[in-house]
Design a protein around this ligand. Structure first.
Ligand SMILES: *[C@@H]1O[C@H](CO)[C@@H](O)[C@H](O)[C@H]1NC(C)=O
Ligand SMILES: *[C@@H]1O[C@H](CO)[C@@H](O)[C@H](O)[C@H]1NC(C)=O
Ligand SMILES: *[C@@H]1O[C@H](CO)[C@@H](O)[C@H](O)[C@H]1NC(C)=O
Ligand SMILES: *[C@@H]1O[C@H](CO)[C@@H](O)[C@H](O)[C@H]1NC(C)=O
Ligand SMILES: *[C@@H]1O[C@H](CO)[C@@H](O)[C@H](O)[C@H]1NC(C)=O
Ligand SMILES: *[C@@H]1O[C@H](CO)[C@@H](O)[C@H](O)[C@H]1NC(C)=O
Ligand SMILES: *[C@@H]1O[C@H](CO)[C@@H](O)[C@H](O)[C@H]1NC(C)=O
Ligand SMILES: *[C@@H]1O[C@H](CO)[C@@H](O)[C@H](O)[C@H]1NC(C)=O
Ligand SMILES: *[C@@H]1O[C@H](CO)[C@@H](O)[C@H](O)[C@H]1NC(C)=O
Ligand SMILES: *[C@@H]1O[C@H](CO)[C@@H](O)[C@H](O)[C@H]1NC(C)=O
Length: 823
C-alpha cells in the first residue's frame, strides 16, 4: 500500500487543498512528510483516500492549538491528539523532524511541546498518514515502521487499533477521554481489564464506574446490542500469555466508525450516517442506572425495569446487609446470606462433604471477574463439579458461550460484584445452602382430592409470585435484537431435589365449574383428541381450562397426569405457555393454562382472504422463529422433548410473542391406540422417529425446521410431497424469492439475506440423519448471531415413503414415549 501511495498523485482533497491554499505548496501537500520538511499551522497531511487529515486544530471555544488527526467527513471529529496536555498558544506551532528521526512539535518559541519517542531511527525517515488514520514514521526506502500513533491512544478506538495489556512488559493501551469539549487533556480511562476475563472498564480516577461485562466468546456479557451489528464489525479479542487485547475490524464498505470515551463519562460506538451527516450511536454505556458499577453492593442484583427507584434486590438466599439503609435506597452495603453454606472444609477449601446446591440466575450480565479464576479448557459439567468440591467457590459460569467452544469455567470465590439483569444475558450459578433451596418448595396443601404437591414462586422473591407483572418482567429491549431471556430465577436442583415435585397450586373443582359455567359449550375455544378447552375467568384472570377426556383416566393416565403437572410446572419460560394450576378431583382431570388472546400461529401463516397473514411482517416472522427456537432450547435444557411441535401448537400472546403449547400433555394422555395420528402429525415427525421410534432431542429439531420453513413459505408441509426437496433446490440455486410467502410484502435486500440464512438454518434442521442436525442451542446462536458459521445442508431425497419428512404410516406405540428423560 505504502509503495503505491506516491504514484496516486493528486487525490481529490489534495487537489482542493492546492486550490484553496496556494501558499502550502512547499510542505505538507500529501500524506507524506519527509525529513527536512515541516508542517506549519494551516497546512495538513491528508491520507491517500482522503478520509483522515492531520493538522492544527482548536477544540470548542478554546484558542489553543493542538496537532490532531480528524475525520474528513466531519472536521470537528478529532480522533487523535499529539500534544494533549501542552497546547501551543499561537499559530506559530510547527511539526518537524528531529536529528534523531523523531517528530517534534515546536511552539512559537522553539520549545518542544510533544515528541514521538521512538528509540529506533529510520534513516532517512518519512512520516505518513495512512488510510486507517494511523500516523507512522517509517524508512523512506523500506517498510520498517519505527513509530505509530496507533500505539498512543487518545479517546478514540478506530478499526485496526487495539487496547489492552502486554503481559510481558506490563505496558497498557487504553482510551482516555477529553476533560471537556474544549480541553483534550485526559480524564476518564477506558481500559481492557486483563485480570479474569477481558472486560472493558471505565474508570474515573481510581474509581471503576462501568463495565461492559466480561468477554464471553461472542460479545461482552452486558452489551448484547453487539449482536445487532456483527455484519459491520468483528471483534478481535486476543487472550494469550503475551497479551490481552481488544480491538475490532470493519467490513469493507462500512462507513467511518469509532469507539470513543466521552468527557461526560460515557463510552459510545458511533457510525457515520452520510445522508444526515451525523454520527449515529450504536451502543452507549453506561446505559441505565444498573450499569453504574456495583450499584447494589456485594451480592446485590440490579433490575433496571423494576418499579420506580427500587432497582436493587437480593438474590434468593440473601437479604440486605443493612436493611434500614437499603429501604432508603442506599444499596451500596449489598446483601448477605440468610443462612450459612453447609460445606465441611478440608485442606485448602476442598470440601469433604456438602449439602449445598446451585440456583441459576438467568439473563444477567456476569459479575466482575477481576478476582475470579478462569479456566478455558474445562466443560461446564466439570466446572460445576469443581465448584461443588471447593468450599470457597460461591458461584460459577461458563467462560465461553460460543457454539463449539469447550465452555470453560469461571469460578468466583469472593464478593459477587456488579450483578444485573440484562436483555439477552447469561446464566450465573450461585451456591446456596440446602435450607435456602428448600424454602422455595413451599409445601402447598391442596384441597379436596387434589394431589399434595409443592409450590414454587418464579419471581425474584416469594412475594413476586402473586404479582403477575413479576412473571412478565421483560427487560425493555434495547435494540430490538436478541429476544429477551426470561430473567426469572429458577432452581437447578441437586440430585436430591430432583426427586421433589416442583409444582403449581391445585384448584378445586367447584371453582373450575364456576369459572367455566359448569363446562358450558358457549365457553369452548378448542377441541382435540385430549379433550376440550374452555375459556374461563379464574380469580380474576382469563385462563384456558383443558378438561381431559374420560377415556384417558386410567391408572397409567394418573401417573402421567402427575408427572405432567410436575414437568409443566418445572418449565416456565417466556416462550412457553404457562401452566397456572391443575385439578384432579372426582373423575375430572383438568389443566389450567394462561390464556392466549391471539390464538395459534396457523391463521397468521396459512390464512386465506382477509386473514392476518399479509400483515405479519418478515421482521415479526423472524422474531417469532427466534422465540420458538428459544422456547424449544429451554425445553431441551430441561430434558423435555416436546415431540409434537407444529404450527397449531404455537400460540401468540398480545405482543405476538410465540408461546409453545401442548408440550407433553396430549401425548401422555392419549393411551388409546385407535387414533395414533393425533400424536404423529404427518410431515412434522422426524423420519427416524416415524420409522424406528428413535426418540431424541433431534426429533424436535426436525419439527422445528419444518415449522420454520412453513412460516417463511406460507405453505403447509403436507401441501406437496416434495416440499423439503423443493426448499432445498430453490435455496441451493439462490432463488430465495420462490420460497417466500408471496402474500407478504417483498423483503428489502438486507431482509432477503437474513431470510436466506434462516432458510438455510431450517434446511439444516430437517436433514434426514439426526446426527447432521444442529442442536437447539446451536440453532439459537445461528439465529441470533448473524455472523456465526453455517454448514451446507445435505440434499433431501424423495424416496419411497420417507425422507420427505412425510412418513406414510407408523404404528409405533406412543405409550413408550416419555416426555421427561432424567439425567
Ligand atoms: C519549515 O520549512 C520552511 C520551508 O522549508 C523553512 O523556511 C522553515 O525554517 C521551517 N521551519 C522549521 C521550524 O524548521
Ligand atoms: C468545517 O467545515 C465547515 C463546513 O465545510 C466549515 O464551515 C468550517 O469552517 C470547518 N471548520 C474547521 C475548523 O475547519
Ligand atoms: C504563549 O506561551 C509563551 C511561553 O509558553 C508565553 O511566553 C507567551 O506569553 C504566551 N502567549 C500568550 C498570548 O499567552
Ligand atoms: C516521551 O518520553 C517522555 C519522557 O520519557 C514522556 O514524558 C512523554 O510522554 C513521551 N511522549 C510520548 C508521545 O510517548
Ligand atoms: C478452591 O478454590 C480456590 C480459588 O480458586 C483455590 O485457590 C483453591 O486452591 C481451591 N481449592 C481446592 C482444594 O481446589
Ligand atoms: C478483589 O480482591 C481484593 C482483595 O481482596 C479486593 O480489595 C477487591 O475489591 C476485589 N475486587 C473485586 C472486583 O471484587
Ligand atoms: C466484600 O464486601 C464486604 C462488604 O462490602 C467487604 O467488607 C469485604 O471487604 C469485601 N471482600 C472483598 C474480598 O472484597
Ligand atoms: C392480538 O390480540 C389482541 C387482543 O385480543 C388484539 O387487540 C390484536 O389486534 C391482536 N393482534 C393481531 C395482530 O391480531
Ligand atoms: C435408531 O435406533 C436404533 C437402535 O438404537 C439404531 O440402530 C438406529 O441406527 C437408529 N436410527 C437412526 C436413524 O438413528
Ligand atoms: C405395525 O405393527 C405391526 C405389528 O407390530 C408390524 O408388523 C408392522 O410392520 C407395523 N407397521 C408399520 C408401518 O410400522
Amino acid at each position: 500500500m505504502e509503495v503505491t501511495r506516491d504514484h496516486l498523485g493528486l487525490t481529490l482533497p489534495l487537489f482542493l487543498f492546492l486550490l484553496l491554499s496556494p501558499g502550502a505548496l512547499v510542505t505538507g501537500v500529501s500524506d507524506l512528510l519527509n525529513e527536512g520538511n515541516n508542517i506549519t499551522d494551516g497546512n495538513t497531511l491528508v491520507s491517500a483516500d482522503g478520509s483522515f487529515i492531520l493538522g492544527f486544530f482548536s477544540p470548542g471555544v478554546s484558542t489553543n492549538r493542538y496537532l490532531v488527526i480528524w475525520f474528513s467527513v466531519s472536521n470537528t471529529t478529532v480522533c487523535w491528539v499529539a500534544n494533549r496536555e501542552r497546547p501551543v498558544n499561537s499559530t506559530a506551532g510547527v511539526l518537524v523532524f528531529s536529528d534523531t528521526g523523531n517528530l517534534l512539535l515546536l511552539d512559537g518559541s522553539g520549545q518542544t511541546v510533544w515528541t514521538s519517542n521512538s528509540t529506533t531511527r529510520a534513516a532517512p525517515g518519512v512520516a505518513q498518514l495512512l488510510e486507517s488514520g494511523n500516523l507512522v514514521i517509517r524508512e523512506q526506502a523500506g517498510h520498517t515502521t519505527v513509530w505509530q500513533s496507533f500505539d498512543y491512544l487518545s479517546d478514540t478506538l478506530l478499526p485496526g487499533m487495539k487496547m489492552g495489556k502486554n503481559r510481558w512488559t506490563g505496558s497498557e493501551w487504553y482510551l482516555s477521554s477529553w476533560r471537556s469539549a474544549d480541553d483534550p487533556s485526559p480524564a476518564y480511562r477506558f481500559v481492557t481489564e486483563a485480570n479474569g476475563l477481558p472486560d472493558n472498564t471505565l474508570w474515573d480516577g481510581s474509581t471503576k464506574v462501568y463495565r461492559t461485562g466480561p468477554w464471553n466468546g461472542l460479545r461482552f456479557s452486558g452489551t448484547t446490542e453487539d449482536a445487532t451489528y456483527t455484519d459491520m464489525f468483528k471483534f478481535v479479542v486476543t487472550i494469550n500469555d503475551g497479551e490481552v487485547t481488544f480491538g475490532y475490524t470493519a467490513t469493507p464498505g462500512t462507513p467511518p466508525s469509532r469507539i470513543v470515551a466521552t468527557s461526560t463519562g460515557f463510552v459510545k460506538r458511533l457510525v457515520w450516517e452520510e445522508s444526515r451527516k451525523r454520527w449515529e450511536t450504536f451502543l452507549q454505556g453506561p446505559r441505565d442506572v444498573c450499569d453504574a458499577y456495583a450499584m447494589c453492593g456485594p451480592f446485590g442484583l440490579c433490575n433496571a425495569n423494576a418499579p420506580s427507584t427500587s432497582f436493587c434486590s437480593c438474590p434468593r438466599g440473601f437479604t440486605p446487609a443493612f436493611p434500614a439503609e437499603w429501604d432508603l435506597r442506599e444499596n451500596s452495603g449489598g446483601c448477605r446470606r440468610s443462612a450459612a453454606l453447609d460445606c465441611a472444609q478440608g485442606n485448602e477449601g476442598a470440601s469433604t462433604s456438602s449439602t449445598d446446591g446451585f440456583m441459576v440466575l438467568q439473563g444477567v450480565k456476569l459479575p466482575d471477574t477481576f478476582n475470579a479464576s478462569v479456566d478455558a479448557s474445562t466443560t461446564v459439567e466439570e466446572c460445576r463439579a469443581r465448584c461443588f468440591a471447593n468450599c470457597s467457590c460461591l458461584a460459577y459460569a461458563p467462560a465461553d458461550i460460543k457454539v463449539g467452544a469447550v465452555a470453560g469455567c469461571i469460578i468466583w470465590t469472593g464478593n459477587i460484584t456488579d450483578l444485573r439483569y440484562v436483555d439477552g444475558g447469561q446464566a450465573l450459578y450461585m451456591r446456596l445452602p440446602k435450607s435456602e433451596l428448600v424454602i422455595i418448595f413451599h409445601t402447598y396443601m391442596s384441597r379436596g382430592n387434589c394431589l399434595v404437591l409443592y409450590y414454587i414462586s418464579y419471581g425474584q422473591s416469594l412475594s413476586d409470585a402473586t404479582d403477575p407483572a413479576a412473571s412478565r418482567r421483560d427487560p425493555a429491549s434495547t435494540v430490538g435484537s436478541v429476544p429477551a431471556a426470561d430473567p426469572s430465577t429458577m432452581i437447578e436442583a441437586t440430585e436430591e431435589f430432583s426427586q421433589a415435585g416442583i409444582c403449581v397450586p391445585a384448584v378445586d373443582l367447584p371453582s373450575i365449574k364456576a369459572a367455566t359455567d359448569d363446562f358450558s359449550d358457549s365457553n369452548i375455544i378448542g377441541k382435540g383428541g385430549f379433550g376440550v378447552v374452555y375459556k374461563a375467568r379464574l380469580n380474576g384472570d382469563i385462563v384456558a381450562v383443558k378438561r381431559l377426556r374420560p377415556s384417558g383416566r386410567t391408572e397409567k393416565g394418573k401417573n402421567d397426569f402427575t408427572r405432567e403437572v410436575k414437568v409443566m410446572s418445572r418449565v416456565t419460560h417466556i416462550n412457553l405457555v404457562k401452566l397456572v394450576s391443575y385439578c384432579q378431583e372426582e373423575d375430572e382431570w383438568i389443566l389450567v393454562y394462561e390464556y392466549m388472546p391471539n390464538k395459534s400461529l396457523s391463521p397468521y401463516i396459512f390464512g386465506e382472504n382477509s386473514s392476518p397473514r399479509p400483515s405479519l411482517t418478515w421482521f415479526q416472522r423472524l422474531e417469532i422463529i427466534r422465540g420458538i427456537a428459544i422456547g424449544v432450547e429451554y425445553l431441551h435444557n430441561k430434558e423435555v422433548i416436546h415431540r409434537d411441535l407444529k404450527l397449531p401448537n404455537i400460540l401468540l400472546d398480545h405482543e405476538l410473542k410465540p408461546k409453545i403449547a401442548d408440550f407433553g400433555t396430549a401425548k401422555l394422555f392419549i393411551d388409546d391406540q385407535t387414533n395414533p395420528t393425533l400424536v404423529q402429525t404427518p410431515g412434522y415427525i422426524a423420519p427416524e422417529y416415524a420409522r424406528e421410534g428413535n426418540l431424541t432431542l433431534k426429533c424436535d429439531v426436525y419439527s422445528f425446521g419444518v415449522v420454520l420453513l412453513e412460516i417463511v413459505s406460507g405453505k403447509k408441509i403436507t401441501s406437496a410431497k416434495t416440499f423439503l426437496l423443493d426448499a432445498w433446490r430453490y435455496w441451493n440455486k439462490g432463488k430465495i424469492k420462490a420460497l417466500l410467502d408471496s402474500q407478504v410484502a417483498e423483503p428489502n435486500h438486507q431482509l432477503s439475506l437474513d431470510l436466506s440464512r434462516v432458510i438455510q438454518i431450517g434446511l439444516l434442521c430437517v436433514q434426514p440423519m439426526p446426527n447432521d442436525r444442529p442442536t437447539m442451542p446451536e440453532v439459537v446462536v445461528m439465529l441470533t448471531d448473524s455472523s456465526s458459521w453455517l454448514a451446507r445442508p445435505k440434499k433431501h431425497e424423495v424416496g419411497p415413503g420417507q425422507a420427505t419428512g412425510y412418513p406414510q404410516t407408523s404404528n409405533y406405540s406412543l405409550a413408550h414415549c416419555l416426555c421427561l428423560e432424567q439425567r
